[in-house]
Design a protein around this ligand. Structure first.
Ligand code: NAD
Length: 452
């Protein structure tokens, strides 16, 4: 196995770094370090942990220039998107510095009398974290911050495409006062080798994974052998619904964010636009005018460009029409912002996660039929609804099978809100109180209470 692997800049196709290639031995050494650090970290007072997390928030936010430049160079996203990601990723440390000290449990009487029940929350133990390349900072901090708040130590495997950001964050955490061994990053170009070493290690008690449904399913199967505590943040196929009376300017602005942030490489990216037939021509004209001018950031690699292009070609061969495309530079792994109409409901373009800057528009007129189409998907992560009347928006939102719905908004992510999906989009939630509970086990004491 090569001792290092290259990291590319998707905008130039140039190699920007060579990173040591982690092996099973290094994976185990990382668990050794996490195991050594665990007792002290778990026993550290919540306030002391909180203050370290707060310092981590401050250091990450203060380092925005360097961190965002690193994200742009290895992931390709625009400077604005990278800066937004740095602030979003720092917020997880701020939020969980505040949650770390909210340690309440429960105290109650048993119904039969004579005993008391005390409920508490213990750190789950050493947690293995596996993250994707599309948000190299935020997907790591969304796991590290609650894990540390709960008193866990962690081993983290970033995506091979974007290991540099995770390594830079680990350095900032040391500077913030996180003790050695609490956070251990193992980059590798052999993910199965490293992650299998962790899943088979008796000391690892938790797997928190963000990535594709396909890999998540395989890791769930592996985790079943040790009945491992798992959290899964998987793929999506978000619908973006527009009713006849929606504010179209707002809907276009929301659609631009929901579709083109990160060039469409977001699990929450709008994948299918369901537009009411009374406004579909108007929407396509206005959305298309914005797309004509939109210069997107590159996709992550040449394979991603080939995959997106294949989905579009197939839809066009099946009768869809490309109505608008944006400009792209001559070099780099780019695919233009693209708007299509007349897409067949069974097309792969609307059934699979596109993960690129392509917007298929489907015209609807009957709400029940539209909702049946929206819900005819194995995914259920995010969706969006734009409607003139809030009661219509909420009725439609409540009928959509998804963990998160943007109502008259094109973005749902918020560290204080429970992020996650239903169906094959995942198990569990990140962010909010739920994200902390994901790194805790509930324990109760049944107490004989003489005199009760
Ligand atoms: P991916 O599943 O290919 O990779 C995710 C991680 O798993 C990477 O670290 C990768 O190295 C690792 N991995 C790959 N094969 C593995 C194996 N056999 N054993 C162990 N680890 C393995 O996903 P990706 O291409 O990096 O990211 C894109 C996907 O992530 C999309 O499907 C997207 O929707 C999803 N995603 C979901 C969320 C969410 O919160 N639900 C957030 C971001 C991305």
């Amino acid at each position: 196995m090569p001792t290092s692997f290259p990291v590319y800049n998707p905008a130039t196709e140039a190699i920007i770094a060579e990173v040591p290639n982690g092996t099973a031995a290094e994976a185990t050494a990382a668990v050794d370090a996490a195991a050594k650090a665990f007792p002290d970290w778990a026993a550290t007072a919540p306030r002391a942990r909180a203050e370290i997390l707060r310092r981590a928030y401050e250091l990450i936010a203060a380092d925005i220039d360097q961190l965002s430049a690193l994200i742009t160079s290895e992931n390709g996203k625009s400077e604005a998107d990278a800066r937004a990601e740095v602030l979003y990723s720092a917020e997880f440390f701020r939020w969980y510095s505040e949650e770390a000290v909210r340690t309440e449990g429960g105290y109650g009487s048993s119904p039969a009398g004579g005993t008391r029940t005390i409920v508490t929350h213990q750190p789950v133990g050493i947690a293995a974290l596996v993250t994707p390349w599309n948000f190299p900072a935020a997907m790591a901090t969304r796991k590290i911050a609650p894990a540390l708040a709960a008193g866990c130590t962690v081993v983290l495997k970033p995506a091979a495409e974007t290991p540099l950001t995770a390594l830079a964050i680990a350095d900032l955490l040391i500077a913030a006062g996180v003790p050695e061994g609490v956070v251990n990053v193992v980059p590798t170009a052999s993910p199965a080798e490293v992650v299998t070493a962790w899943l088979e290690d008796q000391r690892v008690r938790k797997l928190s994974f963000t990535g594709s449904t396909r890999v998540g399913q395989a890791l769930l199967e592996q985790s079943a052998r040790r009945v491992l505590n798992t959290s899964m943040e998987l793929g999506g196929n978000a619908a973006f619904v527009i009713t006849a009376d929606a504010d179209l300017d707002a809907a276009v602005a929301g659609a631009m964010i929901a579709k083109f942030r990160n060039s469409g490489q977001a699990c929450t990216a709008a994948n299918r636009f369901f537009v009411h037939r009374e406004v579909v021509d108007d929407f396509v004209a206005r959305f298309g005018a914005a797309i004509d001018k939109l210069e997107v950031a590159p996709l992550i690699n040449a394979k991603a460009v080939a995959e997106v292009s294949g989905l579009v070609d197939e839809a066009v061969a099946d009768g869809a029409r490309i109505t608008h495309t944006g400009p792209v530079p001559a070099t780099g792994w780019y695919y233009p912002a693209t708007l299509l109409t007349g897409v067949h409901p069974e097309a792969r373009l609307v059934r699979e996660e596109i993960f690129g800057p392509v917007a298929p528009v489907i015209c609807w007129h009957d709400e029940q039929e539209m909702l049946a189409q929206v819900n005819d998907s194995e995914y259920g992560l995010a969706s969006y609804v734009y409607a003139g009347r809030l009661q219509d928006a909420l009725r439609i939102a409540e009928s959509i099978e998804a963990g998160m719905i943007g109502v008259n908004r094109g973005v749902v992510s918020d560290p204080a809100a429970p992020f996650g999906g239903v169906k094959q989009s995942g198990l569990g939630r990140e962010g909010a109180r739920e994200g902390l509970r994901a790194f805790q086990e509930t324990q109760f004491f049944s107490v004989d209470f003489a005199g009760a």
